[in-house]
Write a protein that binds this ligand. Structure first.
Ligand code: XIL
Length: 300
């Protein structure tokens, strides 16, 4: 096959990218994105601050720009993200307790209602676990509403759009030996055992020198899948752009039936949230295919 999306489809998987609404007028960007990818995540446009800038007042202008571009070009869409401690609008940052809990529920209903039946998978909760060795939850205004906030978010999400897969998404849960990975694993196991609706785990997979790719990544994917959830690689980028590491990531996903797709977090190095100097993506700033691109395509 000659594109990432078509190559991934040979095994029933998808290959996606993050799309920014503000770049849809850049024809170099849209040409590559349209040709290579068959799944789209809005890089920022479906986040809490973007979709509910004032409490109870929802805005989908930019989210819909990304959504419509994707669907008009035959691509599916991952929703990102509904409950997160980052990119909260000011009004939400200043809430706490039961009013914040209700605002979270209302937000999930508002955004999922707008996109009901249209989204392949939602990152319902993003980055709720702590970094470091505790294996526990991250302190946040949402966490301070009560430890059950994550399952409340998932139950709300299931009712709001029963057709969407519901994912828990996080970074630094790639390395099986890390406490944070084990913390998330224990939560998913608990949710499955108690019937809390969860369908997938998103491994963001932002690899860099502090959190490098480790060969136990395949064990991580296999272990989550064995709990009865899909695994998706949701925000892949590799600082330095190692072609070998990119191939390892693809091979690890392909080794596990329930690893259903891979999304890279941007199109060209110049589109990366890490800056072009990180050289973390598959196309250079001019849109040329990098060695990592060929490595991924051959591995798929
Ligand atoms: C990043 C975007 O790429 C940036 O444009 C924005 O300024 C900050 O957020 N984990 C996530 C993503 O779940 O939403 C983040 O995206 C990258 C880290």
């Amino acid at each position: 096959e000659s594109t990432l999306g078509a190559a991934a489809a040979q095994s029933g998987r998808y290959f996606g990218t993050a799309i920014a609404a503000g770049k849809l007028g850049d024809s170099n960007y849209t040409t590559i994105a349209n040709r290579e990818f068959n799944m789209v995540t809005a890089e920022n446009e479906m986040k809490i601050d973007a979709t509910e800038p004032n409490r109870g007042q929802f805005t989908f202008t930019n989210g819909d720009r990304v959504y419509n571009w994707a669907v008009q070009n035959g691509k599916r869409v991952r929703g990102h993200t509904l409950a997160w401690h980052q990119q909260q609008p000011g009004w939400m940052q200043s809430l706490s307790g039961s009013s914040l809990r209700q605002a979270m529920i209302d937000h999930i209903n508002g955004v999922m209602g707008h996109y009901k039946g249209k989204i392949y998978a939602w990152d319902v909760v993003n980055e709720a676990f702590a970094d470091g060795n505790s294996g526990g939850r991250r302190d946040s205004n949402l966490q301070r509403t009560g430890n059950d906030w994550i399952e409340v978010a998932f139950r709300t999400a299931r009712a709001a759009d029963p057709a969407a897969k519901l994912c828990y998404n996080d970074y630094n849960i790639d390395n099986w030996s890390w406490a944070k990975t084990q913390g998330v694993y224990n939560m998913v196991r608990d949710f499955k055992s108690r019937g809390v609706p969860i369908d997938c785990v998103g491994l963001q997979s932002h690899f860099n020198s502090n959190s490098p790719y480790n060969s136990n990544y395949r064990t991580t994917i296999q272990s989550f899948a064995a709990l009865g959830v899909d695994v998706q690689i949701t925000e892949l980028d590799i600082q330095g752009g190692s072609a070998t590491t990119y191939a390892n990531v693809v091979n690890d996903c392909l080794a596990v039936a329930r690893c259903t797709g891979i999304t890279v977090w941007g199109v060209r190095d110049t589109d990366s949230w890490l800056g072009s100097g990180a050289s973390a993506l598959l196309f250079d700033g001019n849109g040329n295919k990098k060695a990592a691109y060929t490595s991924v395509l051959n591995a798929l």
